[in-house]
Design a protein around this ligand. Sequence first.
Ligand SMILES: NC(=O)C1=CN([C@@H]2O[C@H](COP(=O)(O)OP(=O)(O)OC[C@H]3O[C@@H](n4cnc5c(N)ncnc54)[C@H](OP(=O)(O)O)[C@@H]3O)[C@@H](O)[C@H]2O)[C@H](O)CC1
Ligand SMILES: [K+]
Length: 536
Amino acid sequence: MLYGSEILTAAQMRAIESEAMDSGEVTGLTLMERAGAAIAGQIRLRWPKPGQATVLCGPGNNGGDGYAIARLLAQAGWSLRVLGLDNTPGANAAEMKRRWLETGPIAPLTESELHDSPASDVFIDAIFGTGLTRPPEGRIAAVLHKLGRMTGGSSRASLVTVDCPSGLCMDSGRWLGSGNGGKGAGPVPLEAALTVAFDSPKPGHLLDQGPAACGKLVIADIGLRRWREDGRPPSLSAIWPEFPIPDRRICSIRERARAVLDKGISAKGPAGHKYSYGHALIVAGASGHGGAARLTARAALRSGAGLVTICPPHPALSEHAGYPDALMRRGLDHAAGLQAILTDPRISALCIGPGCGVDRAVTFLPAVLEQPRPCVLDADALTALARSPDWPRALSGHHVLTPHGGEFARLFPDLAAKLGETSARGPAFSRVDATREAARRCGAVILLKGPDTVIAAPDGRACIHSAFDVPWLATAGSGDVLAGLITGFLARGLAPMEAAAFGAFVHARAARRFGPGLIADDLPEQLPGVFRDLGL
Ligand SMILES: NC(=O)C1=CN([C@@H]2O[C@H](COP(=O)(O)OP(=O)(O)OC[C@H]3O[C@@H](n4cnc5c(N)ncnc54)[C@H](OP(=O)(O)O)[C@@H]3O)[C@@H](O)[C@H]2O)[C@H](O)CC1
Ligand SMILES: [K+]
């Protein structure tokens, strides 16, 4: 499995925190002090000259962190205005509140007090963290609304959030009380410059509205590693461009990439020949639609598969002449023809869908699905699949489905509808929940495309691949290239979950390497450089 870093849900984080405290080796107050120090440190790193800060403290331990931050910044010469609630929080937060009161006053946490605050270099949102259970309402909703307006848009540089922007569900990256896309009855979504979270990223930092809301994400080590690393494999991990946690057992993407490829039965080595690296077959479509399948085939070739054959109908063969000459072409008109080709045991993976045409995919799907080779189903094949009754029964663990949101909705309309519903209680249903459930139902690996691509296996393993930093990857044909990469890695012998995760990773690396102005044709050409950069 290709891991970037482990992701913990809010409940898992709480459990680890409790375990640490129960051990007697660390107290909750120490953890809170470390959390406060980590955030105060990050603020001082970015604003080295002491300035004016306004800290908004909520009812629980997130608020406790806020009081600790206020005290530490005041000790460092900052001017502070602290807004808080007239409540008695849990013991640790109460102690932090008491310590702050030795330094300065607490104004009521209201919209008008926030409005009257002196101009601030930094606003610190310590209202809700992992303990958010429902959408903010009433007075706190009004405060968040005001905070969003004061720090959004061009002034967003001044908002720092403790653990997460308040109101954001840490398990889903959705604003509680809002429908899909952050719209609905919730507060003005906050747009932070910086979010400092503790120990591990949470799904909500990387999914859906989370990345836009969090801004720059920093993960602070508060000394919980020993209780986190209990030997169990992570059930959810992230692959993302930045790896801010250097001590993680799963941090080095280069090492992981090498290990993943070495595990493939056909890792390229000095003694290999082309058939050792697999043979990928791409079912292409009729004349006029050849580009998509050829992008897939070129990506499969560049992924390191030993041979790639593209199979359009005979009349369309001429359309595929020319570059790349390494690509093999073979006419394919009937399902029986496919069965004949597949008597060659050296064909080690298939792809059907890109540029295939839905009718042709309908014709070929039964023959593709009934044989045991690993196979990527993309684009038109997913539309064709959704049309066949009881389709989940035709799939199994060697199939990889790569739907975008629309294709996912065709295959799993109930899950897509649930993702669009307004969540009145946390945790909200997430893209990880939806993808995991989809994989479980059909027994195949599902890769749900997006800037927050989620990959899930039927056994519950899941991975988020974050590519919010490469918006230019959303270009025509980009998905065809991804399908080709995964097919190539399958042909080389990677397990379906690994092939999908590694495909997503390499795909985004290629886009990142090229930069803006990218078209899908550029992606396969970037792959040699990507592999070289990874030392593969
Ligand atoms: N991870 C760690 O090891 C550490 C985390 N720290 C910080 O602690 C918070 C989590 O603290 P917690 O107290 O569990 O939760 P919150 O502070 O986020 O909020 C809990 C209180 O808020 C109430 N609540 C929840 N939703 C709403 C709402 N919509 N409106 C009003 N009030 C709400 C909730 O009340 P309930 O009625 O739901 O019980 C709680 O009173 C974590 O994020 C970190 O910042 C530690 O400081 C360091 C270790
Ligand atoms: K917060």
